[in-house]
Write a new protein. Structure first.
Length: 283
């Protein structure tokens, strides 16, 4: 067979983009599996997003990730959204189907895949801090995966209330809002606690959530979305109190695995991807 010098092209559109480690993680998987594929990290300004999406189609890209600030803005430039993206109202992964772009959202699916390595969400009572993009994705997918009740704890009542309505109206789970204007006491009986705010993200590594520490204990799973540093203050405290902890690298790797499956059909080795990120981030 004649050699092919044409690689499968994938990548990311975001701005800023220089600190996004996804390229290292995805290309490590491509190399590990011997795929002739590339992941190009692109800094795309908001007013050039439409051009970037058209350009990717013109150049035959298999798909791309969208990160901030494009996750909602990209939607009018796509042809179709799957159920996750429709419910969440944001797209972080586009997949080429012939000459059409399908938009999906792998953030919440990645979170649930990571969660399932330690606990099944079925019937669980969840406390979720935050109501931004990551929290919406996590809430929707956790509810679709069977979580019974989600308490959204958020500083802004308006944003928190919108997420509660979304969960109640569009998923089988029940939901309530706790406005986060005081030290929050995690209710007894909570099985899963999730930080989906940006508190603890590098360089603000010592920032802590306003939580009553005594309310976290054994029998709870405490998960953080923060990938860098992987061991946040929340996880260190929770581990000391006997909880099972889950870091944000698991979610990042799992959503990468789902994206690679969409674009190449390969089930990528999550261990190789995680080790690449661990080498990049200060543990
Ligand atoms: P958004 O800006 O959409 O939402 C941020 C949320 O954090 C809001 O609910 C906001 O509350 C809350 N928040 C921020 N600072 C504070 C504070 N000091 N006190 C209380 N609440 C606060 O961000 P995203 O949802 O897109 O991202 C959140 C985090 O998730 C980021 O750090 C990102 O790195 C991480 N992430 C990780 C992924 C992974 O794969 N591991 C994937 C996607 C995101 P309010 O509404 O009151 O402003």
């Amino acid at each position: 067979m004649a050699p092919s010098f044409l690689s499968v092209l994938t990548g990311s559109f975001a701005t800023p983009a220089a600190e996004n480690p996804t390229v290292a993680m995805v290309e490590a998987a491509y190399r590990h599996h011997g795929l002739d594929a590339r992941y190009i990290n692109c800094d795309v300004a908001p007013d050039r997003l439409a051009d970037a999406v058209c350009g990717a189609m013109a150049m035959g890209w298999a798909g791309f990730n969208c990160s901030l600030p494009h996750k909602v803005a990209v939607i009018p430039h796509l042809d179709e959204l799957d159920e996750s993206a429709q419910l969440i109202g944001a797209v972080n992964c586009a997949v080429r189907r012939g000459d059409r772009w399908l938009g999906t959202n792998t953030d919440g699916q990645g979170f649930v895949a990571s969660l399932r390595t330690v606990v099944e969400p079925t019937g669980a009572s969840v406390v979720l801090f935050g109501a931004g993009g990551a929290a919406r994705a996590i809430a929707v997918e956790s509810a679709l995966a069977g979580a019974a009740h989600i308490t959204v704890v958020n500083r802004s009542a308006a944003r928190g209330g919108e997420l509660v309505s979304l969960i109640r109206d569009r998923t089988p789970a029940s939901a309530e809002l706790a406005v986060w204007d005081h030290r929050y006491v995690v209710p007894a009986g909570t099985e899963i606690v999730v930080n989906a705010t940006s508190i603890g993200l590098f360089p603000d590594v010592d920032a802590r959530l306003e939580i009553e520490p005594q309310s976290i204990g054994p029998g709870m799973v405490v998960a953080d979305v923060i990938p860098n540093p992987p061991r946040t203050g929340l996880l260190r405290d929770a581990e000391q109190r006997g909880a099972t902890v889950l870091d944000g690298l698991g979610m990042l790797v799992s959503q990468g695995v789902i994206g690679i499956r969409h674009w190449t059909g390969i089930d990528a080795d999550a261990g190789v991807m995680r080790q690449t990120l661990e080498r990049l981030f200060v543990a």
